[in-house]
Design a protein around this ligand. Structure first.
Ligand code: 13P
Length: 287
């Protein structure tokens, strides 16, 4: 059964580790993340962007696939199915489709409008027992058409949004979706520290988990980050392993073209990446 992300993140924040949100794209992604979470005895969050939801045939398809797969594969660790960077309408669609957690990305609205829409969604999600993520200060780069300037969040605005009763808060601290450029200035720990001082127990969310060096991940966790989003890194692992298989001509020998064979190296590569992240984030063994 899917759970809200509230309990797993409250525990992670109190015990100083982070739960990974791994974005899914299809059946292979879903199975790789769920099986690895179970093997690692780790709580996990499956992230679904609006673009990925559409690609997979709609949010209802995703929700049905995930719940059925958890049942058939006997997944017993806590799993939240979470809308990533949701629009206002997308949030309602996902609630209707059976998601257990949603993110309302109001970062591109003026703060008053972000507050008004978030306030309404806090009420609706809490009535339904779902978790809600809000965002202040946009995450840099582009993810599925959501483009952010990458500004640093204003800690006072973070406090204003946290006080509305959201479950977790994503704040821009110099993080970027996708690969980091060579000249990236790194995470702003000063900003993170100031946000944490004002928001107290609120689990903070670090987007753009791909390519952040290990020491920065650990420091971010020590400053209150309890959820880390990883998307691009699984795509890169999958693509590299699939490219190797094809470049070695394995799809041309015997029945190597069978999708169950062709997609297997990419699937295993994603599992290895998820395992590595769960160990780094400290969520392994915490289910
Ligand atoms: P990356 O694609 O950089 O890992 O970012 C993932 C993310 O933040 C999802 O919202």
């Amino acid at each position: 059964m899917l759970v809200s992300a509230k309990e797993m993140l409250t525990k992670a924040k109190a015990e100083h580790y982070a739960v990974g949100q791994f974005n899914i794209n299809n059946l292979e992604w879903t199975k790789a993340v769920l099986l690895t979470a179970q093997e690692q005895n780790s709580p996990v969050i499956l992230g679904v962007s609006e673009g990925a939801g559409k690609y997979m045939g709609g949010f209802k398809t995703v929700s049905a696939m995930v719940t059925a797969m958890m049942d058939e594969l006997k997944i017993t660790v806590p799993v939240a199915l979470h809308l990533d960077h949701g629009t206002y309408d997308g949030c309602y669609k996902c609630m209707e489709a059976g998601f257990s957690s949603i993110m309302f990305d109001g970062s591109h609205y003026p703060i008053d409008e972000n507050v008004a829409k978030t306030t309404e969604l806090v009420k609706v999600t809490s009535e339904k027992g779902l978790s809600l993520e809000a965002e202040v200060g946009s995450i840099g780069g582009e993810e599925d058409g959501v483009i952010g300037a990458g500004e640093l969040a204003d800690p006072k605005e973070c406090k204003a949004i946290a006080d509305l009763g959201v479950t977790m808060l994503a704040a821009g601290i110099g993080n970027i979706h996708g690969k980091y450029p060579e000249n990236w200035a790194g995470l702003s720990f000063e900003t993170l520290d100031a946000i944490q001082q004002l928001t107290g127990d609120m689990p903070l969310v670090l987007h753009g988990g791909t390519g952040i060096p290990e020491d920065m991940i650990k420091k971010a966790i020590s400053l209150g980050v309890a959820k880390i989003n990883v998307n691009t890194e699984l795509q890169l692992s999958f693509a590299a392993a699939t490219r190797k298989y094809i470049e070695e001509g394995k799809d041309l020998s015997g029945k190597g073209f069978d999708p169950r064979k062709l997609l297997a190296p990419g699937f295993e590569a994603m599992k290895a990446t998820v395992k590595e992240k769960m160990e780094l984030f400290g969520s392994a063994g915490r289910a």
